[in-house]
Design a protein around this ligand. Structure first.
Ligand code: F6P
Length: 545
């Protein structure tokens, strides 16, 4: 598919937005709220179970109108349609981008390259469900007849972060009689820690890799296989203790896993968009097929909203456009994501790959340098921990840090007044960030003069508040789909390919070249720069001694 990206900065829509930004540049959120006391109710949007309050941003209803016009001009509408139609919007890899097909309802149809992929998706889902039920119910047993008690997912990047994040997020919905572990790092400590207290006879490994060629995953899978065979002493044990999730049946067979025990997916599912495919098998075993289906329904509800809602009322598109507003017109280089839910401890890690691998690009679809800053640095940890760590910098530092606050009306566990305290902090933070504390207010409290500047808060720090009833499987699906579509929205405005990841290839290739230099006998010739050569020599000396 040929997509000619629009040079957005050259369009009248962008120029109008930039002009409008200048008119708002000196204005404080205090003034914006005073000018329009209803903005807390009007600058909000609802989609499925999610309520987004974006009123505590440096914007007005006019900004929203101008941002929506930019999205239209950039071709977001056409790109959404092209994505849902299975066109090859991943231009540099010449592939369709169809994570939305992973949650399309049975009976619907999404065609790419002449094939309706929805029946394929549901066939794999049924296989996963059958397998998950058998493992959960004790029907699928280990080689020695013992029930499976531990499931270890081995994968990295998109084959790890999604299932791990979702497992943590939905821990309260998992089968607590089983243990779930996620191994990703090629550092041997990861697989060692994951297996050191497990019984091989009760352990199932799920080797998850789209390509089945990834160094980290194959190294960990080989070590896991050795560990299993050392414990069970019989090569045929692999059949009951290893399954694979991949698009590459040949490599799976080469590794020694029967492709009958492989759950497939397709090249039109990007790694970082894949945890609702078979990559989520470990998650499905943990939460059960019904909860997994609920999660897919949540994804689907937001897909439908994103596909059909006008941009001014489109929750993921608005989140994307508000991001563009800050990164490109206010100079923000970062995006904090601050979930006030203990179980979302891995959410920012997951979003780091989703957002930064997708939109960390500096050339457009046609290979020209971009003319605007692209993807921000994404980070965050669950509240209230961050408040006692880095919020100081958000409140009183010199950087502009747009932040998404994510909170839930109902807790998982009603423990005393914990949830009220958590949510009081949640509401207090966005209020303090927006309105700060003026010099006069501080002085009126009788604060000693020397301390006044230190205890004054400028405010005017922008936040989005995302509120949902509770962190259920369905709501998790809604949240993740929101961020997936936020990424597309921004990528379209910037004219980049949000679905390739060439940037990770160089490091992989160089590492492969260095491995034999670390392990070779004698003194191999090193042809790197002087720094890398010296560091390798130092490592070799330590390894030898
Ligand atoms: O699933 P695979 O093929 O092992 O790849 C793992 C990850 O590696 C990457 O290619 C690069 O980190 C990711 O995009 C992908 O999620």
């Amino acid at each position: 598919m040929t997509i000619t990206p629009v040079r957005i900065t050259e369009t009248p829509e962008w120029k109008a937005l930039a002009e409008h930004q200048r008119s708002l540049a000196g204005r404080h959120l205090r003034e914006l709220f005073a000018d329009d006391p209803t903005r807390g109710e009007t600058l909000t949007v609802d989609a499925a179970d999610l309520h987004l309050d974006f009123s505590k941003n440096r914007l007005t209803a006019e900004t929203v109108r101008l941002l929506a016009a930019v999205a239209e001009r950039a071709g977001l509408r056409e790109r959404i349609d092209a994505m849902f139609a299975g066109e090859h919007i991943n231009v540099t890899e010449d592939r369709a981008v169809l994570h939305v097909a992973l949650r399309a309802p049975e009976g619907s149809s999404i065609t790419t390259d002449g094939r309706d992929v929805v029946p394929d998706v549901h066939a794999v889902l049924r296989d996963m469900e059958d397998f998950a039920r058998r493992v959960r119910g004790g029907e699928w047993r280990g080689h020695s007849g013992k029930r499976i008690r531990a499931v270890v997912n081995i994968g990295i990047g998109g084959s790890d972060l999604g299932p791990k994040m979702a497992y943590e997020a939905l821990k309260d919905h998992t089968d607590r009689s089983m243990v779930f572990r996620f191994v990703s790092n090629v550092d041997g400590s990861d697989i060692w820690e994951a297996t050191c207290d497990l019984d091989p006879a009760e352990t199932l490994f799920i080797v998850s890799s789209k390509t089945f060629t990834t160094l980290e995953t194959l190294t960990n899978a080989t070590t896991a296989r050795d560990w299993l065979l050392a414990g069970l002493g019989d090569r045929s044990a692999v059949a009951k203790h290893f399954v694979a999730v991949s698009t590459n049946a040949e490599k799976v067979r080469e590794f020694g896993i029967d492709p009958a025990n492989m759950f497939g997916f397709w090249d039109w599912v990007g790694g970082r968009y894949s945890y609702d495919s078979a990559i989520g098998l470990s998650l499905m075993i943990a939460i059960g097929p019904e909860a997994f289906r609920d999660m897919l329904a949540g994804f689907r509800a937001i897909d439908e909203h994103f596909r059909t809602a006008p941009f001014e009322r489109n929750l993921p598109a608005l989140m994307g456009l508000i991001g563009v507003w800050y990164y490109d017109l206010w100079g923000a280089g970062t995006q904090a994501v601050l979930p006030y839910d203990h179980y979302l401890s891995r959410f920012a890690d997951y979003l780091q790959q989703l957002e930064m691998e997708s939109n960390g690009k500096s050339v457009t679809l046609t290979g020209e340098p971009v003319d605007l800053p692209t993807g921000p640095v994404v980070w965050g940890t669950p509240g209230t921990n961050g408040q006692h760590a880095y919020y100081q910098l958000i409140h009183q530092g010199t950087r502009l840090i747009p932040a998404d606050f994510i909170g839930f009306l109902h807790p998982h566990h009603r423990v005393g007044t914990h949830h009220d305290l958590l949510m009081a902090n949640f509401f207090a933070q966005t209020e303090a960030l927006a309105f700060g504390r003026t010099r006069e207010e501080v002085e009126a409290e009788g604060v000693p003069a020397a301390q006044v500047p230190h205890r004054t808060f400028a405010g005017n720090h922008p936040t989005n508040t995302l509120l949902a009833p509770a962190l259920t499987p369905r709501v998790l699906g809604e949240l993740v789909a929101t961020y997936e579509h936020r990424v597309l929205t921004q990528g379209v405005v910037w004219g980049i390919d949000s679905f390739d990841q060439w940037g990770v290839e160089l490091g992989k290739a160089l590492a492969q070249r260095i491995v034999p230099e670390l392990t070779a006998e004698g003194s191999p010739e090193l042809r790197h720069d002087s720094s890398t050569n010296a560091l390798i020599r130092r490592y070799r000396a330590a390894r030898a001694g």
